[in-house]
Structure formats: structure tokens, C-alpha cells
Unconditional design. Structure first.
Length: 277
């Protein structure tokens, strides 16, 4: 029997009590793995719907995410240079095929491996993120275009529709332990649910969106997602249309129905600038 929903506890964003601008620093404490911040997470119990068998109901335009069947040619995911040489080109082609985009520029990737009791202190030890968030704001999305493309080209590209889309997939084995859940944009109140959060690097600032709890949020996941399956996650869309999803809150979560001996989650996410003529 297919499980229709699973219970989960998700961590939402709570703005600083003093009204100050919320921030995260990017560098983790080497002893604790914690990144300094001036806000607190707040745990909320939710039900997450398993959409396996009805993935086609969710698209980048209506929900902000889209599942795809795609067996990658590159399957090692152990060396960054090989990932960029082999996995990047096939991923660019996949994103173009799904979206109809004219130009796709991948600007980074993260491999995550769930390792209990291992400190998430550097890029080689990245763990699943268990905080509801959106990767980009409008300001940081535009800044990304200018950061990764030549000035004159960037100035022209941002005049047309562009998006930031992450391509996420399990690697090595199905994502049973700490799968990824996505919030249907149609259940979001963008005026009340999102708060810009500064992301402080040593040499610059970025910006993400903290997500405030809303009982109307509808959470989805594809149970036991395999390495031959992937999901495109919209982080930003410059198109101003009330009928088009702008972004997708998402987070990893502990699936309480997963077997105790389930393999620990391993995944890769690519981040892409996506442009249209």
C-alpha cells in the first residue's frame, strides 16, 4: 500500500525579537558546526504528502517544483572536477529540455551526505539542511547574474525573464533517510511568509528567504526517490505574474516512517541561472 502522507517536524524561521535585520554567517564554528545568526528556528508538526504516482500535477510554473525521470551518465559524485566536467553538461541539457530555456549557466553545486555526529564544518562535510528556506531573494538573484556573467551580457539578460533553479537528486541509493520536501507555492502567502535574511560571507553578502510558519502550507515529497529521479526547485522567477510560482520553500526532514536501517541520505544539488529569449 502506498503511504499517502507522513508526519514530520519542520523547522521554520522566527524573526529577531528586537526587529533587527536577520542574518546568517556562512562560516561554521569548527567545534560545533553551527553558523552564527540572530534569529531562532521554531519547530512545527506538519503532514507531508507523498506525490509518487501523481508527480505530473506539479510543475515549475504552478507549484514551483517539478519531478523528472532522468538517469545520469555521471554517477560517481566524489570529485568536484569530474562533476563539473561530466555532470554539469548533461544537467544543463536536462534543464533546457524541461524549461525551454535558451541559456543555462551552472554556478555551483553541493554534495550532501548525512553523517550523524559529524560536524558540518567545511564544504566536504555538508549535511542535509533541516531549516525551511528559499535560496534566493529578488535582489540576490539579480546579483548572482552579475556575479557570474560579464557585465554587458548580464545587463541584457536581466531585462528578460530569468530564473534560478536548483537540480536536486539522490546519489548512491534512494533518499529514504532525510528526504527532501517542497512546499507548493499555491499554498504560500508571499507577502507574509517570507523574510529576507542576510547571508554574510567574508568578502560579500548574499540573501536568502526565511519562511514563517503558515498552517496553510502544503508540503510534498516523492517517497524513496532514486538516483534515476530528480527534482527541479525554483528559487526565483523574475516574471511578474500572479499565476506563476516565484519560488519554492524546501527543507530536508526526518521521515518517521523510514526503516531504522535505511541508508543515510546522500544527494547533490546544482544551482543554475536560467534565461529565456
Amino acid at each position: 500500500m502506498t503511504i499517502s502522507t507522513v508526519p514530520a517536524d519542520l523547522f521554520y524561521f522566527v524573526p529577531p525579537a528586537d526587529g533587527s535585520r536577520p542574518f546568517n554567517t556562512i562560516n561554521a564554528d569548527l567545534k560545533t558546526g553551527q553558523r552564527s545568526r540572530n534569529w531562532k528556528p521554531e519547530e512545527h508538526a506538519v503532514e507531508i504528502e507523498n506525490v509518487r504516482g501523481k508527480e505530473d500535477e506539479y510543475t515549475l510554473d504552478n507549484a514551483g517544483f517539478q519531478y523528472v525521470q532522468n538517469k545520469p551518465k555521471h554517477t560517481a559524485f566524489t570529485n568536484d572536477e569530474d562533476i563539473e566536467k561530466e555532470y554539469y553538461p548533461e544537467s544543463i541539457q536536462l534543464i533546457k529540455e524541461v524549461t525551454g530555456a535558451s541559456k543555462v549557466v551552472l554556478f555551483d553545486h553541493t554534495v550532501r551526505r548525512h553523517r550523524p555526529n559529524v560536524i558540518d564544518s567545511d564544504p566536504t562535510k555538508r549535511q542535509p539542511v533541516t531549516q525551511v528556506h528559499v535560496d534566493q531573494t529578488a535582489a540576490s538573484a539579480t546579483a548572482r547574474v552579475h556575479r557570474h556573467l560579464p557585465k554587458e551580457e548580464a545587463e541584457q539578460l536581466v531585462k528578460k525573464r530569468f530564473q534560478i533553479i536548483n537540480l536536486w537528486r539522490p546519489i548512491s541509493h534512494p533518499a529514504i533517510d532525510y528526504p527532501l520536501t517542497l512546499c507548493d507555492y499555491r499554498s504560500v502567502d508571499p507577502a507574509k511568509d517570507f523574510v529576507p535574511v542576510a547571508l554574510i560571507y567574508s568578502d560579500r553578502e548574499g540573501e536568502t528567504l526565511g519562511v514563517i510558519y503558515n498552517a496553510n502550507h502544503k508540503w510534498k515529497f516523492q517517497k524513496d526517490m532514486t538516483p534515476e529521479e530528480a527534482v527541479l526547485i525554483k528559487c526565483y522567477d523574475s516574471l511578474h505574474d500572479n499565476n506563476i510560482a516565484v519560488c519554492t520553500p524546501h527543507t530536508g526532514f526526518k521521515d518517521k516512517t523510514a526503516p531504522e536501517d535505511a541508508p543515510l541520505r546522500e544527494s547533490i544539488e546544482l544551482r543554475a541561472l536560467v534565461f529565456y529569449d
